[in-house]
Design a binder for this molecule. Structure first.
Ligand code: G1P
Ligand code: ZN
Length: 541
């Protein structure tokens, strides 16, 4: 079947694929326009295997049926689709790799709210299991603007609820267990015996909050079924199309329920949460929140305690706005540390080339070379493995880390939904001011570096520019200004604040207090209040 159509404007994928409101996605031909453009740009996919799944949000099931009909008409030989339309982002990556698939389509808007009034999204992952490289997403975008037809087959909806094989047109469709491949992979990396003993010891309790998003089934399988944790250890464990009305982003603002439980008198020993599509993680000890930048550093410093990483790390990488905590660990271990632009795709080449083993972002993404995505469940298991071996509390482990490596006090201030033109103007003005900043004194110190971050890929030599404005001070403090590439409404300004404390006894744990000088300097430099009309960030992490 060939449907003649006119191109749909504005389908430029952002940091993590094409993300828009459900209302936009439900326009006739909208999804088809993007998926057909992708298939038009891919090469040699005839007869190949495609992996398809999503985070279970509203419109997921319908979108999958559309993708199946287009895939069949475009000559794919087989589609592996998660039962119930479910596949977390890291699980999709694991399935692509283990089944040696051509690539995969993940239907998700990650941590953005879901439901008829919420967001929807689609992203393509390549055969290495990782996000499509920039050149491909650009080519897809160009194609979305010139496409004049899409292909489909007439075929009834596939029953996604039942495991097994069926046909759509001439294409085989295999409904697979969405959890097994990933859970099996976890067993090869972590000491499940040691974690089982910890969870069964009677003196250790955990709380994993799936936020009514995709990780519920994964957490039940791994923590409850395979590791013997009480069923009540997993909360909000049933995926709902609207995530129960919540905002499935594991940070202190949106995972307030977890934070409250972890600060209560009868708090468990270990708390964790994951996001809409299961790639982010939040780690909380009893009355102690671990920042994602510190978490990455702690995992790197303790990797030798975990079977999958006992042989040592080849190198580590972090996104530019992530704190330098992991750099300090890399220096101590004598291994390379790479600084990449925001977004997981930039880690892909380094992982594929065997240059790094662990990587992470300040936005609660942590992962390793086991897949080509960040992986929420993996990070939680890594922490559990370290806790099981060290027999100390989360807080004790982090404080010991600060004593050894110093503390990179860190916070991110988000100004969400600001006027896009105002945000662009703010960045433009600041960019112009950068050359004049080095040598200037501010309360956090003297500016030693002021640039617009550009990255040259160490493996393929490609250059990515305009990745965020960095202002570094002589004492290791830093402010970064960046506009989000994943928002769907207006613009989101992110301000990343970091200050190095070699002597950790000097300050308490209150990051906002320790960063007050930097926060004031950020305002002084950027005039956030005057430009955006906002005197306070929407979200502080
Ligand atoms: C955000 C995070 C970034 C992450 C991305 C996808 O992107 O900041 O680290 O890779 O979501 O999860 P942003 O909205 O900042 O472009
Ligand atoms: Zn996500």
């Amino acid at each position: 079947m060939i449907v003649i159509t006119t191109p749909i404007a504005g389908q430029r994928p952002g940091t993590s694929g094409l993300r828009k409101s459900v209302q936009v996605f439900r326009q006739p031909g909208y999804l088809e326009n993007f998926v057909q453009s992708l298939f038009d740009v891919l090469e040699h996919h005839k007869g190949a295997t495609l992996v398809v799944g999503g985070d279970g949000r509203y419109f997921n099931d319908q979108a999958i049926q559309t993708v199946l009909r287009l895939a069949a008409a475009n000559g794919f030989g087989r589609v592996l689709v998660g039962q119930g339309g479910i596949l977390s982002t890291p699980a999709a990556s694991a399935v692509i790799r283990s089944r040696k698939a051509y690539g995969g389509i993940i239907l998700s808007a990650s941590h953005n709210p879901g439901g008829p009034e919420g967001d929807f999204g689609i992203k393509y992952n390549a055969g290495n299991g990782g996000p499509a490289p920039e050149a491909l997403t650009e080519a897809v975008y160009r194609r979305t603007q010139s496409i004049e037809r899409y292909l489909g087959v007439e075929s009834p909806d596939v029953d996604l609820g039942t495991l097994g094989n069926t046909l759509v047109g001439g294409m085989a469709v295999e409904v697979i267990d969405p959890v097994a491949t990933h859970a099996d992979l976890m067993e090869t990396l972590f000491d499940f015996g040691a974690i089982r003993r910890l969870l069964g010891s009677g003196s250790f309790r955990m709380r994993f909050d799936a936020m009514h998003a995709v990780t519920g089934p994964y957490a039940h399988e791994v923590f409850v079924k395979r590791l013997g944790a009480p069923a009540a250890s997993v909360v909000n464990g049933t995926p709902l199309p609207d995530f129960g009305g919540g905002h499935p982003d594991p940070n202190p603002t949106y995972a307030a329920e977890l934070v409250a439980a972890m600060f209560a008198a009868d708090a468990p020993d270990f708390g964790a949460a994951s996001d809409g599509d299961g790639d982010r993680n939040m780690i909380v000890g009893r009355r102690f929140i671990v920042t994602p930048s510190d978490s990455l550093a702690v995992l790197a410093a303790n990797a030798q305690l975990v079977p999958g990483y006992a042989a040592g790390l080849k190198g580590v990488a972090r996104s530019m706005p992530t704190s330098a905590a992991v750099d300090a660990v890399a220096a101590a271990l004598g291994i390379p540390c790479f600084e990449t632009p925001t977004g997981w795709k930039f880690f892909g080449n380094l992982l594929d080339a065997g240059r790094i083993t662990l990587c992470g972002e300040e936005s609660a993404g942590t992962g390793s070379d086991h897949v080509r995505e960040k992986d929420g469940l993996w990070a939680v298991l890594f922490w559990l493995n370290v806790l099981a071996v060290r027999g100390e509390s989360v807080e004790a482990i982090v404080r010991d880390h600060w004593r050894r490596f110093g503390r990179h006090v860190y916070s991110r201030h988000d100004y969400e939904g600001v006027d896009a033109a105002a945000a662009t103007a703010l960045m433009a003005r600041l960019r112009e001011a950068l050359p004049g900043l080095p040598g200037q004194k501010f309360s956090p110190g003297t500016v030693t570096l002021a640039d617009d971050f550009a990255y040259t890929d160490q493996v393929d030599g490609s250059v990515t520019t305009g990745q965020g404005l960095r202002i570094g001070f002589d004492n290791g403090s830093r402010i970064v200004f960046r506009l989000s590439g994943t928002g769907t409404e207006g613009a989101t300004l992110r301000v990343y604040l970091e200050r190095f404390e070699a002597d950790v006894q000097r300050h308490g744990t209150d990051a906002q207090q320790a960063l007050a000088g930097l926060i004031a300097t950020a305002e002084q430099l950027a005039g956030i209040a005057a430009t955006t009309g906002r005197t306070q960030p929407t979200v502080i992490t």
